[in-house]
Design a protein around this ligand. Structure first.
Ligand SMILES: Cc1cc2nc3c(=O)[nH]c(=O)nc-3n(C[C@H](O)[C@H](O)[C@H](O)COP(=O)(O)OP(=O)(O)OC[C@H]3O[C@@H](n4cnc5c(N)ncnc54)[C@H](O)[C@@H]3O)c2cc1C
Length: 489
């Protein structure tokens, strides 16, 4: 039986990111992926939000994505929300289709030499006290210490683990198709009593290559859609189907909103769409899946290495479940704001007026972009549990951007006070110590200026685990809680 420390079911965005994180930490990880190649039919996700781009920047790979896409200084919550005054190097959304995002992630994972069992499907598993036997189609099982379900919304892993998936059934469904038309269509969106419909040009397509998104009159969820379904809805909305033909992708999505009740069952964990599904409004699903992976990766690596106890894995659910719950809520709100009846329109107009004000705009833009994420790591300095800003640090080696210190996915204690103030030698095998100066302002998105810390302990995912304020109170507890007990000489 082949063996890996960690097996990931599914090599979509969440699975690829998690594999990269584990490989960086030196863990023997493999992906099992049903698709024979990384190719995706259809464009699916259209971009990356600020926090996801920052996360990729923390690993030194953001430019690979930025050079392939187009940036826009807004996020959408019902209306476009300006991001350009946010204190981040990436105060924009990157427009880039999922096909490209997956291709670039797969390239990075390939450089890290992660094996991918392609054209194979995980069909089930059996876990015992020491590991998991992962059953595959067309071959024998693989033994792993941990199995991670990154296998999408219909996750076999979630179902086989018996993890409940409570939430809301679909109230609206949309048809989406990429195809050719015979005559020039009405470009742009149209609103009617059924809902909103849109006809756009395909990315790098032919002059009459279209991408249509059509609201269906009645919710359809089960049956696979056909070209005939698309044609019928086009006729109903536009009085013509524009001679639509030669589809390359026809699919349906809904506003079903569900979330796994638990992200972990002993040695089996879930990430990405396997843990949460919702309408694609606001373009958040892929983004939070990648961020799940970055939250989980370093924790799992430490547990596999024996540096931290298994209980560290419970912080993954504690931190990430509330984030996806907010996303479910904001997608449900956005779908409701799109309803075509007069009362919903009145509500939507009121929300539009509110979002023209600075404070609501900043709050929601911070939430939608992921820059406002705040893990509950206790009370204290506003940086605690929030993303460490990418400040320019002056060090003995010259000026360095903070994010470059996270390229290897190792935690770092940045001492901004007297050099030699800290002794972290009992954690030296796990935690970097950097002495630095920073004389600029400390500013957080939607919060504004905060007082300068004298030291910060930053986890590999870029979130601040401890803040020093002239005293060292709580530092060894934080180091132990996040990175394991001190090594004795
Ligand atoms: C129309 C549309 C537009 C969207 N737009 C956006 C957007 O703009 N921004 C955004 O962030 N998100 C968007 N999303 C959501 C985004 O596509 C998903 O959230 C994202 O793909 C989830 O990534 P994942 O890796 O969790 O799962 P998936 O992408 O579903 O990947 C799961 C992988 O697992 C494989 N797999 C499944 N079962 C098995 C098995 N049993 N064994 C082995 N392999 C298996 C699959 O082949 C697949 O490769 C959109 C979705 C849709 C439908």
């Amino acid at each position: 039986m082949s063996e890996h420390a960690v097996v990931i079911a599914g090599g979509g965005p969440a699975g690829l990111m998690l594999a990269g994180e584990l490989a960086l930490a030196g863990i023997d990880v493999a992906i099992v992926e049903r698709r024979c190649s990384q190719h995706l039919a259809g464009s699916r996700a259209g971009g990356l939000h600020s926090r996801t781009i920052e996360i990729l920047d923390q690993r030194g790979i953001a430019d690979r994505f930025l050079t392939q896409g187009q940036t826009y200084p807004v996020v959408h919550f019902h209306v476009p929300l300006d991001l350009s005054d946010f204190p981040t190097r990436h105060n924009y959304v990157l427009g880039l289709s999922q096909n490209h995002i997956e291709r670039i992630l797969a390239g990075w994972v390939g450089e890290l030499a992660v094996p991918i069992y392609r054209g194979r499907e995980v069909t089930g598993f059996a876990q015992d006290g020491t590991g998991v036997d992962v059953q595959l189609s067309g071959g024998g099982p693989i033994r792993a210490q941990y199995l991670i379900g990154c296998d999408g919304g219909r996750s076999v892993i979630r179902k086989a683990a018996g993890i409940e998936f409570p939430g809301w059934d679909a109230a609206t469904s949309w048809l989406i198709a990429e195809a050719q038309v015979a005559v020039e269509p009405e470009w742009g969106s149209r609103h009617d009593a059924i809902g909103t419909h849109a006809v756009g040009k395909q990315e790098n397509g032919t002059p009459l290559g279209v991408r249509v998104v059509l609201t269906e009159k009645r919710v359809e969820a089960g049956r696979e859609p056909t070209l005939r379904d698309v044609s019928e809805v086009l006729f109903a909305v536009y009085g013509t189907d524009y001679g639509i033909h030669s589809p390359t992708w026809i699919s349906r999505f809904t506003d079903m909103a569900r979330q796994a009740a638990a992200y972990r069952d002993r040695r089996v964990l879930l990430a990405g769409d396997a843990a949460h599904v919702h309408a694609p409004v606001g373009g958040q699903g892929l983004n939070i899946g990648v961020q799940d992976a970055v939250n989980l990766g370093w924790k799992l690596a430490q547990v596999v290495k024996g540096a931290s106890p298994e209980t560290l894995l419970d912080t993954y659910h504690a931190e990430r479940h509330p984030i996806a719950a907010r996303v479910l809520r904001n997608t449900m709100a956005q779908v409701a704001l799109r309803r075509p009846d007069d009362r919903s329109k009145a509500l939507a107009d009121t929300v539009t007026e509110l979002l023209a004000m600075d404070e609501p705009r900043k709050r929601l833009a911070a939430e939608m972009s992921g820059l406002g994420i705040h893990y509950d790591l206790g009370t204290g300095h506003p940086l605690l549990g929030r993303r460490m800003p990418d400040v320019d640090l002056v060090t003995a080696d010259g000026t360095v951007r903070f994010f470059t210190l996270l390229h290897d996915a190792r935690p770092v204690l940045v001492n901004l006070g007297d050099p030699g103030a800290f002794d972290t030698s009992p954690w030296a095998d796990r935690v970097q110590l950097r002495n630095a100066h920073y004389s600029g302002t400390w500013e957080l998105p939607a919060i504004g200026a905060v007082s300068a810390p004298t030291a910060v302990l930053v986890r590999p995912d870029g979130y601040v685990a401890w803040v020093g304020d002239r005293s060292h109170v709580g530092l060894s507890e934080a180091l132990t809680a996040w990175f394991g007990p001190p090594r004795t000489a």
